[in-house]
Ligand binder design. Structure first.
Ligand code: ARG
Length: 460
């Protein structure tokens, strides 16, 4: 039991199957750079409170620096059979610094160590994900700028509804992603806390300078309750919920891309680099990335729920159940980063087919709402206007004839207030120009929104 951080009271070997099952190394090896950073800060704090002499601190710091260097250039081979990353680092330090390494774990527990390390990981990766969302937004804004003139059938219930510009739809994605980004920003302060000095649950008996530790680690707050720290995984749950928000938005965007690239619409052409073929049907070009992206949200939801279920009803302070947090957090973070990175290139290479957009606009029911509003302007109450236009639409559908091809007299028989000027309504450009409100699909409004986003995403 000598290689264990806790072996003293144990006479028997750990059951090998249990030992393997209980190891978190397969997940927490990712914490290596953060643990090493914490170790260096901890040595400084131990020196300051007199646990280490200056010479000892110097030796430990240079051993840690060697591990950092070896880990950065890929030469650090950690023992894969370690119980966790903390034990693995301890063994490496023992190789470099001998018995002196045994002093490092003074005034700390793996409970505060693992919580701190996860928070440093979370802080760095939350910033990375935030920046990826920003870059994706920027790419979509550029696509919106390119497609301001492309008018398409806007849909609700996947049914043609009203004409909008493709740019207007793309800008909706930018808004959606912004809400996910804000959710992530709201989660970020929970990472930004120094929890060292909490020990196992009660605090430690040495004068660890927690301000020094926070400064060394670039953290802005110090935890106010060591007992809380011991069992708190809300920071991870918050991050997982931000991943759910991001995944939800991406899944909806993915579904739009799926519908738009399907044969029936053929409005979008997704770059081949993000598609795969069929092993049997030679003609296939399947939008696999977009489908995987649509499905990924299930993974994020599962991870959120997994940790929430682990936390529910758990006694306060540390329990080993908490170790599962890593499986969930790393999985969501890594998939979220990968997904966003690929999405950026999908939008960069996405082609929108203007000709197909025009063909899709042949459905003149898209102007039914404009027609009802036209009647309102001629003095008809909206409810009656709605009914009259409903009858016109159903008549046109029955006859298989566009509304604009129905003669004025016949139109008047459905809606007596209709005049000769009605025919100018059946034009997509005209339809979008009729919209007057802030945030509408009016070209000037869309232009304004693009400009606003370009300014606010300048640094992304
Ligand atoms: N691998 C453990 C975890 O991730 C480290 C903390 C162990 N603490 C303990 N009291 N056994 O939670």
């Amino acid at each position: 039991m000598k290689n264990k951080l806790w072996g003293g009271r144990f006479g028997k070997r750990t059951d090998p199957a249990f030992e393997q099952f209980s190891s978190s190394f397969r997940w927490d090896r990712r914490l290596l750079p953060y643990d090493l950073k914490i170790d260096a800060a901890h040595v400084k704090a131990l020196r300051k409170c007199g646990v280490l002499t200056a010479g000892e601190a110097g030796k430990l710091l240079s051993a840690i620096a060697r591990l950092v260097e070896r880990s950065e250039n890929g030469h650090l081979r950690l023992d894969g059979n370690s119980e966790d990353i903390h034990s693995a680092i301890q063994s490496e330090l023992e190789k470099l610094a001998g018995p002196l390494a045994d002093k490092l774990h003074t005034a700390r527990s793996r409970n505060d160590l693992v919580s701190q390390s996860m928070r440093l990981y979370g802080k760095e990766h939350a910033a990375k994900i935030e920046s990826l969302i920003g870059r994706l937004q920027k790419e979509i804004v550029l696509k919106a700028e390119e497609t301001q003139g492309v008018l398409v059938p806007g849909m609700t219930h996947l049914q043609n509804a009203q004409v909008v510009s493709q740019a207007h739809i793309f800008l909706a994605y930018v808004e959606m992603l912004d809400r996910a980004k804000r959710r992530l920003q709201a989660a970020a302060p929970f990472f930004d806390v120094c929890v060292l000095g909490s020990g196992a649950l009660a605090g430690v008996t040495f004068n660890l300078d927690q301000r020094l530790l926070a400064r060394e680690l670039g953290l802005s707050a110090i935890a106010s309750n060591s007992y809380d720290v011991s069992g708190d995984r809300d920071f991870a749950l918050n991050a997982l919920s931000a991943a759910v928000f991001t995944g939800l938005q991406l899944s909806r965007i993915a579904e739009d891309l799926m519908v738009g690239q399907a044969r029936g619409a053929a409005l979008f052409d997704l770059d081949e680099a993000f598609c795969t073929g069929s092993s049997m049907m030679p003609q296939k070009k399947n939008a696999d990335f977009v489908e995987l992206a649509r499905g990924a949200c299930g993974v994020f939801m599962g991870n959120f729920l997994g940790l929430a279920a682990t936390l529910k009803g758990l006694p306060t302070s540390y329990n080993r159940d908490l170790q599962w947090d890593k499986k969930y957090l790393f999985d969501s973070v890594e998939n979220c980063e990968a997904l966003l990175g690929i999405f950026i290139r999908v939008f960069e290479t996405l082609k929108v087919n203007g000709k197909r957009a025009k063909a899709l606009l042949a459905d003149e029911s898209l102007y039914a709402t404009d027609l009802a509003d036209y009647l309102v302007r001629k003095g008809v109450p909206f409810k009656s206007a709605h009914q009259q236009v409903g009858r016109i639409v159903s008549f046109a559908e029955e006859k298989g004839c566009p509304i604009s091809k129905i003669g004025l007299d016949l139109l008047k028989s459905f809606a007596p207030r209709i005049g000769g000027d009605v025919y100018e309504l059946f034009d997509a450009e005209h339809s979008v120009r009729l919209k007057k409100t802030v945030g509408s699909t009016h070209p000037a409004e869309v232009r304004k929104q693009i400009k606003r986003w370009k300014v606010s995403l300048r640094g992304a």
